[in-house]
Design a protein around this ligand. Structure first.
Ligand code: FES
Length: 111
């Protein structure tokens, strides 16, 4: 039996109007640096560090449902985090995000 409890926390990070205006907002939740992205009418939350070599994806670009890394120009599918073909990297980690009356909240699970 796993003796470490998994704790899930929801954190309010910004309001929807700001995200629609800026497209990408940098946030820190539970000690993790993340991005909140307005992607084709959906809110996406993901790690800010590129899983390839940890470039700052906050300096990247969002186009046609993909987040482009500023260092090597690999891109990530914002529906599931998969990286473009040919790159030896794990997928980009995504987090559950919800729009509530108060704004956008991100759910993070921690041990
Ligand atoms: S550091 Fe992002 S693709 Fe290489």
């Amino acid at each position: 039996m796993d003796d470490e409890a998994v704790r899930s926390t929801c954190t309010l990070v910004c309001d929807l109007d700001r995200l629609k205006t800026e497209t990408m907002v940098r946030v820190r939740v539970g000690g993790l640096d993340m991005l909140v992205i307005w992607n084709e009418g959906e809110v996406v939350a993901c790690d800010r560090a590129c899983p390839h070599e940890q470039a700052d994806l906050g300096l990247g670009q969002v186009k046609a449902g993909r987040l482009y890394c500023p260092r090597h120009a690999a891109s990530f599918d914002l529906r599931d985090g998969t990286i473009s073909s040919g790159w030896p990297s794990s997928p980009l980690r995504l987090y559950p995000a919800r729009v509530t009356a108060e704004g956008i909240s991100i759910e993070v699970q921690q041990r």
